[in-house]
Design a protein around this ligand. Structure first.
Ligand code: NZQ
Ligand code: ZN
Length: 393
């Protein structure tokens, strides 16, 4: 068991964030710190539709940059796209990768950053074997258009290899974190509702993966509770009125703090919901946050007896459950019921079936789920994962 008093850590975060309605105005100043060639990586259609592409191009032109276009980064970016981007970056000797989009584009940019000068296959070296990065890295900057992943201020890069049905998240070190990120909540207002609520659940899940561990008294858990309370509050407002700027800006800021390494300090972490969600995505290509929503409650019910006091605390502090006259187990379960009601209220997917998962995929999804240690249930097995997935179906 780790505790904040026993935990030994170094905390720093190298990403400079510009937040708010005028944040794009900071891009020119950031660009001045890099060489002339910029790889402009973006998604499939949204930034052209919203007009953001034109604005960014204008800033790049005014800054005298040579722009190498890299469009078409798909949600759940693939290894094929990563290899293509790495070639483009290397052949054009780019000085900066500017990711304009959601978490997929930011994650992909970090992958290209380390893959461009990698002499072996980057998938094998950096995602399968998880080797330290020993080649030149191209700096990354982000203009974020979707709140959820926290990729704007972390070293995470999740890449999918459909051929082998594996989705693997690598967490790179400080050198790969975005050098800067621009977060203007207005840029998220064009998100389809489905993506907006999926992003909200992704944030909730990131916090819970770091909260549901340990029995010590830890400052990180109090921060996590505050973030969850803010998220539940703002997501309710945003679900009722997606154009509410205050709610959307709070969600965006909460998303960053949910996964910029702060709340994991002094703690072990669970991450099994994400491991299951990633395996589901590798079979169905489903939206990340929705895969998490589909598996969370059955997983929590399964691990609840092993971490009962924390589930009780979660119920009381985050969901306001009154413990009077209830056993600990009843309080904990009432918390999960309140969470379920919130999930339904904001419009999340509640089962794997809704994501196109079929029963014949469940064995493969269970086998593709990496087993991590750190959560409340010790020694979780693939057979147990298979059983949990059945309950998510
Ligand atoms: O491709 P475009 O046309 O841009 O459309 C995207 C995409 O279809 C659209 N979108 C984004 N911003 C928009 C918008 N549409 C209209 N208006 C806007 N402002 O939304 C769709 C989803 O975008 P995507 O980037 O895929 O979503 P998200 O930010 O949720 O990123 C998901 C990826 O991040 C990984 C996930 O596994 C997944 O691959 N994660 C990364 C993490 C990290 N770096 O730490 C942690 C997370 O747990 C997660 O695993
Ligand atoms: Zn996530």
């Amino acid at each position: 068991m780790s505790s904040i008093m026993k935990g030994t850590f170094t905390y720093s975060n190298p990403t400079r964030l510009h937040f708010g309605e005028e944040a794009l105005g900071k891009l020119a100043g950031e660009l001045a710190g890099f060489g002339p060639v910029v790889l402009l990586s973006y998604g499939q259609a949204s930034i052209k539709k919203s007009g953001l592409y034109d604005k960014v191009m204008e800033i790049l032109r005014a800054a005298g940059k040579t722009v190498v276009e890299d469009p078409g980064v798909m949600p759940n970016p693939t290894v094929e796209k990563l290899r293509e981007g790495a070639r483009l970056a290397r052949e054009n000797k780019v000085d900066l990768i500017l990711a304009v989009g959601g978490g997929s584009v930011c994650d992909y940019a970090k992958g290209v950053s380390v893959a461009a000068y990698c002499e072996e296959d980057p998938w094998e070296k950096y995602y399968v074997r998880m080797e330290p990065v020993d080649n030149a890295i191209i700096p990354v900057g982000c203009v974020l258009t979707m709140a959820g992943t926290g990729s704007e201020m972390n070293g995470g890069s999740v890449i999918t290899n459909h051929a082998v049905k594996r989705k693997i998240g690598r967490v790179f070190g400080d050198a790969v974190f975005p050098r800067f990120s621009i977060l203007d909540p207005v840029l998220t207002l064009t998100l389809p509702r489905y993506q907006m609520v999926a992003g909200c659940f992704d944030v909730m899940s990131h916090i819970l993966e770091q909260y549901l561990s340990g029995t010590d008294d830890n400052t990180s858990d109090y921060i996590a509770e505050g973030l969850m309370r803010s998220l539940v509050h703002s997501s309710r407002i945003a679900a009722a009125n997606p154009q509410d700027y205050e709610a959307r800006s709070n969600i965006m800021w909460t998303a960053t703090w949910a996964l910029n390494t702060l709340i994991a300090k002094g703690k072990t972490t669970d991450w099994m919901v994400h491991m299951m969600g990633h395996s589901v995505s590798s079979y169905t290509d489903a939206t990340h946050g929705m895969t998490l929503a589909a598996v969370t409650l059955p997983y929590f019910r399964y691990i609840l007896p092993y971490g009962l006091p924390k589930f009780v605390r979660f119920a009381r502090v985050v969901w306001g459950i009154d413990p009077t006259g209830k056993s600990d187990e009843e309080v904990a379960l009432a918390g999960l019921d309140a969470m379920k009601a919130w999930m339904q209220e904001i419009g999340l997917v509640m089962s794997l079936r809704e994501l196109g998962t079929t029963e014949d995929m469940l064995d493969g999804i269970a086998e593709g789920t990496f087993l991590l240690r750190g959560g409340y249930k010790p020694d979780l097995t693939t057979a147990e994962i298979r059983q949990i997935l059945e309950a998510c179906f």
